[in-house]
Design a binder for this molecule. Structure first.
Ligand code: NAP
Length: 347
C-alpha cells in the first residue's frame, strides 16, 4: 500500500520532507500540495517532478478523496486548523512542531482525535528517532548508571536571524529538549525557572542570548538546559545524564579526526538539517510503516504535543517573571495510554 500525502506548506522543512518521501523513503507518494505562496508550490513541483494536484487552501486539499495522509509543514499558527480539519475528515496527519501554538489548541486536537476514536496524528519530534538519543535511552532504561539525578544539556546554533526573538528560545529551540528529555527518563516536568547570563556580543539588540532553563521533574531530577543561538561556532547538541552509579553522554556526531600543523581537530556541524537527517528519515518511515501495519501512527502523539505546549507555556511565563513557575500536572487519558508506545528497539 502506498500512502498518498497532501502537503500543506512547501517552505524549508516541507521541501525536505517532500524530497525524502519522494526520493529516499518507501511507501509514500506526494499527490497534493498547497501553500499560501503559489510560487513555492510551483517550484517544489518542478524541482521534485511531482505528479501532484495543486489546491488553493488546506481545507480543499484535506477533502480530496485521493489524499490519505496530510503533512502539515506550514508555519506554526496555521497548524491547529489544518490538523483539526484532517481529523474531522478521518485522515492521518503528520504535523511538524508545534502541534498548535497554545496548550488550549492542543487540547482541542486531543479532544477531536479521541472523538474520532482512533489515533491519527503524529507530531514531528524527531529526536526520539535519533540513534544517539535511542542509545542513551537504552542505557538509562537498563539502569546501568542507576537512577538519573541531574541532566545537563546544550542547544547551540552558530547564529540566529533578525526574526528570531527571545521567546523563540522556547518555542523553536528548547521545545526539542522539552520533548525528548522527559521521554528519556520516563518522568514528567514539575517546574521551570529561567536565568539570563551575560549577553553575547554576537546577538542582535532585541535578543536575550544565551538563556539557561532549570527544569525539575516529578521524581526530582534537575535539568540544566542551555539555549545559545549565537554561539558563533556551529550547531551543537549535547546531553549528559548524571546517575547514582555513573554518567551517560549523548554520542557526538562522528567526524574524521585530522592531525595537521600542530593541531588534532574534528569538524563541528553548522547546518541543523544535517544533524538530525537520519532521524527525520526514520520518523517519516515509521509513520508510513506503522499506518500500513497497525492502521495508526506509532510515534510522538497529540498528547506529546500537548505536554510540550503546557511545558513551553510555563517556560515562557518564567522568562517574563524570573520566578520558578509550576508546570500544570495533567493526567494522561486512557486513549493515549492504550496507544502502542513508540518502540525505539527497531532503531
Ligand atoms: P517556512 O520555510 O517559512 O515554510 C512555511 C511555508 O508554509 C511557507 O511557504 C509559508 O508561506 C507557508 N504557509 C504559511 N501558512 C500557510 C497556510 N495557512 N497554508 C499553507 N501554507 C502556509 O518554515 P519552515 O522552516 O519550513 O517551518 C515550518 C514548520 O516546521 C514550523 O512550524 C517549524 O517550527 C517546523 N520545523 C520543524 C523542524 C524540526 O526540527 N522538527 C525544523 C524546521 C521547521 P509564506 O512564506 O508565504 O508565509
Amino acid at each position: 500500500m502506498t500512502l498518498k500525502f497532501g502537503v500543506i506548506g512547501t517552505g524549508a522543512i516541507g521541501r525536505e520532507h517532500i524530497n525524502r518521501i519522494t526520493n529516499t523513503l518507501s511507501g509514500g507518494k506526494i499527490v497534493a500540495v498547497t501553500d499560501v505562496n503559489s510560487e513555492a508550490v510551483k517550484s517544489v513541483i518542478d524541482e521534485f517532478q511531482l505528479d501532484a494536484a495543486i489546491f488553493p487552501d488546506d481545507h480543499s486539499l484535506i477533502k480530496d478523496p485521493n489524499v490519505d495522509a496530510v503533512l502539515v509543514t506550514s508555519w506554526g499558527p496555521a497548524h491547529e486548523q489544518s490538523v483539526l480539519a484532517a481529523i474531522e475528515a478521518g485522515k492521518y496527519v503528520f504535523c511538524e512542531k508545534p502541534l498548535a501554538t497554545t496548550a488550549e489548541g492542543c487540547r482541542r486536537i486531543i479532544e477531536a482525535e479521541m472523538k474520532q476514536g482512533k489515533r491519527l496524528v503524529q507530531v514531528g519530534f524527531m529526536r526520539r528517532y535519533d540513534s544517539g538519543y535511542v542509545q542513551l535511552k537504552r542505557v538509562l532504561d537498563s539502569h546501568d548508571i542507576g537512577e538519573p539525578l541531574m541532566i545537563r544539556c546544550v542547544h547551540r546554533n552558530a547564529s540566529s536571524n533578525e526574526n528570531y526573538t527571545s521567546d523563540m528560545a522556547v518555542s523553536d529551540t528548547l521545545i526539542h529538549e522539552i520533548d525528548v528529555l522527559h521521554w528519556l527518563v520516563n518522568d514528567e516536568y514539575q517546574s521551570v525557572q529561567v536565568f539570563f547570563p551575560k549577553k553575547t556580543k554576537h546577538a542582535l539588540g532585541h535578543l536575550i542570548d544565551p538563556q539557561i532553563f532549570i527544569l525539575e521533574t516529578k521524581a526530582g531530577i534537575v535539568i540544566q538546559a542551555e539555549v545559545f543561538v549565537n554561539c558563533n561556532y556551529g550547531y551543537d547538541i549535547q546531553c549528559e545524564v548524571i546517575g547514582e552509579d555513573g554518567v551517560a553522554y549523548l554520542p557526538d556526531v562522528s567526524s574524521v579526526v585530522t592531525r595537521k600543523e600542530g593541531k588534532r581537530s574534528t569538524e563541528i556541524l553548522v547546518d541543523w538539517k544535517l544533524r538530525f537527517q537520519d532521524a527525520y528519515d526514520k520518523e517519516l518511515q515509521d509513520f508510513m510503516d506503522s499506518i500500513r501495519i497497525t492502521g495508526k501512527p506509532n510515534g510522538p502523539s497529540s498528547w506529546d504535543g500537548y505536554i510540550a505546549a503546557i511545558t513551553s507555556d510555563a517556560c515562557l511565563k518564567a522568562q517574563q517573571t524570573g520566578e520558578k513557575e509550576l508546570i500544570q500536572p495533567v493526567e494522561k487519558p486512557v486513549f493515549y495510554l492504550n496507544t502502542p508506545r513508540f518502540s525505539f528497539k527497531q532503531y
